[in-house]
Design a protein around this ligand. Structure first.
Ligand SMILES: NC(=O)C1=CN([C@@H]2O[C@H](COP(=O)(O)OP(=O)(O)OC[C@H]3O[C@@H](n4cnc5c(N)ncnc54)[C@H](OP(=O)(O)O)[C@@H]3O)[C@@H](O)[C@H]2O)C=CC1
Ligand SMILES: O=C1O[C@H](COP(=O)(O)O)[C@@H](O)[C@H](O)[C@H]1O
Length: 562
């Protein structure tokens, strides 16, 4: 099947390069098969690549390799390379792109941070986090070592121009040694706390920019902590970075299900008439994690759950879910529609907001620590680790439909999903069999993670001579439909887009402005009124107040019923 699918890419005309790329990527993934239990030498899960997969992978690599090679030589510098995100996400994503052949042959990766480390110490630090989504027979460890020969580390201060000049010299030396005086794309990843974005972006732009090619800067969320600081950040960055070279990353936009949301909406006519208040009763966007802040209190306590995931990840999901169809798949057309719908969201009513903070809980012989037990959290902090809110979009399509958003740390499971609950079937012909109308209404669920999938809950007749009905699912499970292929991480998709110059999945400054305009008044109220969060036990389903909020709008949280 994979071989047949591989030829598909060659024969079928695709509407756009993006569509062709998506088709090739999904065929490539379809060709990969997980062999449960296999692990590579560095202890990461491996899978076998089906014998006929190389053609699909070659297609994929060739398509991207060709485009990337046209962009010249590539130098990446990760600022904050000693940190959590760099180790957990950024370096693994760059390695995966290298491994799958999406980077040019001529690339080099520099790490920059204050921590004093030798090159070898730095390589030892990141080696264990590099993933191998392939069979050991593919010499993954060889590829890891080859990748590490292109990795270098420079220690320096974030506010000392001389240290940036030294970094520039080090980068130039490696570029010269590897590919001579060729046009080079320099890509900076600011994997640092927002509090130092400006000095790093300005110094990097002034002292480390590419002398021969473009310079692009990836800026991490949450892009400031309120409207004023976000504007100041945008203005400060704009002094040295053109908007076109500034890539505000929200990695949720690179997740498979989020990319698929617009494909499902706009390429399947069956969903289009349903996508409005006429058929949809409420929309729920749920984000839960089954772990706490675990030492990230220095950052988290200054931001809280609303700034950490709701003002960015969940709002982006809401925008893509609720926006009108864009004029094209062009980045600006998509982002135009997202801004419009964010601007249509009604100012947040504090009566529609519930805040929580996780507290310690006995767990067998041990104790699950509360937020305030985290050494990096200031004593007595009221910082919310949970928030639930009801938002309303005041436009013709969504007037009166509650969008219930919920996000929390240290809950009972790790999951992110969109749940669309439809009105009941009018007349309720099968009321005798189905009973309560609301509970038997259809529900469409996008399972963002884990176990990526899309399923539609329907009423159906149970086979047999009688007329018994039950609720069942029309179910697209990625791990079965796409033969269990390991999905690329969101950061792979997004870093590759920066290399390709594709801004479709990145946040534009007016989107950011609209997002902070929406959330800043609420965030200010929380701090001015010193609103205390409702405590909830670590590992629970969150504060009870969230259920009262949902019932106020005649809604039951779908994720708590599973
Ligand atoms: N971690 C995650 O899961 C995610 C993080 N992000 C975002 O990515 C960015 C980086 O996050 P993360 O890696 O977790 O951050 P870290 O707290 O790990 O900081 C990264 C590096 O920055 C330096 N640093 C930390 N605090 C300060 C400070 N106060 N002043 C100067 N330098 C400091 C440290 O390097 P050194 O001391 O060596 O200079 C540290 O290793 C943040 O903007 C965050 O919002 C986004 C999504 C997920
Ligand atoms: O941006 C962030 O996202 C992560 C969750 O990302 P995921 O891809 O693992 O769902 C979150 O843990 C972190 O607090 C936040 O900064």
């Amino acid at each position: 099947m994979a071989a047949a699918a591989a030829s598909l890419g060659a024969s079928r005309a695709y509407a756009t390069p993006v569509a062709r790329g998506a088709a090739i990527r999904s065929r490539t993934r379809a060709a990969r098969k997980i062999i449960p239990g296999r692990r590579s030498a560095n202890g990461l899960r491996v899978d076998a690549v089906a014998a006929d997969a190389p053609s699909a992978i070659d297609d994929d690599a060739a398509m991207f390799k060709g485009k990337v090679k046209k962009s010249g030589k590539l130098s990446i510098c990760v600022f904050g390379a000693s940190g959590d995100l760099a180790k957990k996400k950024v370096y693994p994503a760059i390695f995966s792109l290298f491994y799958d052949g999406h980077l040019p042959d001529d690339f080099v990766v520099f790490g920059y941070a204050r921590s004093n480390m030798s090159n070898d110490e730095f390589k030892d630090r990141i080696r264990s986090s590099l993933p191998c989504r392939i069979s050991a027979a593919k010499d993954c460890d060889v590829k890891v070592e080859k990748f590490l020969t292109r990795c270098f580390y420079t220690a320096g201060q974030y506010d000392d121009p001389e240290d940036y000049k030294s970094l520039d010299v080090a980068m130039a030396e490696q570029e010269q040694a590897l590919w001579g005086d060729k046009k080079t794309l320099r890509l900076f990843y600011l994997s640092i706390p927002p509090s130092i974005f400006v000095p790093v972006a300005q110094n990097a732009a002034r002292h480390v920019s590419s002398k021969s090619g473009e310079t692009r800067v990836i800026v991490e969320k949450p892009f400031g902590r309120d409207l004023e600081s976000s504007r100041a950040l945008t203005e400060a960055l704009a002094q040295d970075l053109a908007e076109e070279h500034t890539y505000r990353i929200d990695h949720y936009l690179g997740k498979e299900l989020i990319e698929n949301l617009t494909v499902l909406r706009f390429s399947n006519i069956v969903f289009q008439p349903l996508w409005s208040r006429t058929y949809i009763r409420n929309v729920q966007i749920n984000f839960s994690e089954n772990f706490g802040t675990e030492g990230r209190g220095g950052y988290f306590d200054n931001y809280g759950i609303v700034r950490d995931v709701i003002q960015n990840h969940l709002l982006q999901i809401l925008a893509l879910f609720a926006m009108e169809e864009p004029a094209s798949l062009d980045a600006e057309d998509i982002r135009d529609e997202k801004v419009k719908v964010i601007r249509s969201i009604r100012p947040i009513d504090m009566d529609n907001v519930v805040l929580g903070q996780y507290k310690g809980k006995r767990d067998g012989d041990g104790v699950l620590p509360g937020y305030l037990d985290d050494d990096t959290v200031p004593p007595g902090s009221r910082c919310p680790t949970f928030a639930a809110m009801a938002l309303f979009i005041d436009n013709a399509r969504w007037d009166g439909v509650p969008f219930l958003i919920k996000a929390g740390k240290a809950l009972h499971k790790r999951q992110a999903e969109i749940r669309v609950q439809f009105h009941h079937s009018p007349g309720n012909l099968y009321k005798k069999q189905l009973g309560n109308r609301e509970e038997n209404s259809n529900e469409l669920v996008f399972r963002i993670q884990p176990d990526e999938g899309i399923y539609l809950n329907i009423n159906s007749k149970i086979p047999g001579l009688g007329m018994r009905l039950d609720q069942t699912d029309l179910d697209l499970q990625y791990k079965t439909k796409y033969s269990g292929g390991a999905l690329p991480d969101a950061y792979e998709r997004l870093i590759l887009d920066v290399v390709q110059g594709d801004k479709r999945l990145f946040i534009r400054n007016d989107e950011l402005e609209a997002a902070w305009k929406l959330f800043t008044p609420m965030l200010d109220r929380i701090e001015e009124d010193e609103i205390a969060p409702e405590l909830y036990p670590y590992g629970s389903r969150g504060p009870i107040g969230a259920h009262y909020l949902a019932s106020r709008w005649n809604v039951r949280w779908g994720d708590t019923m599973e």
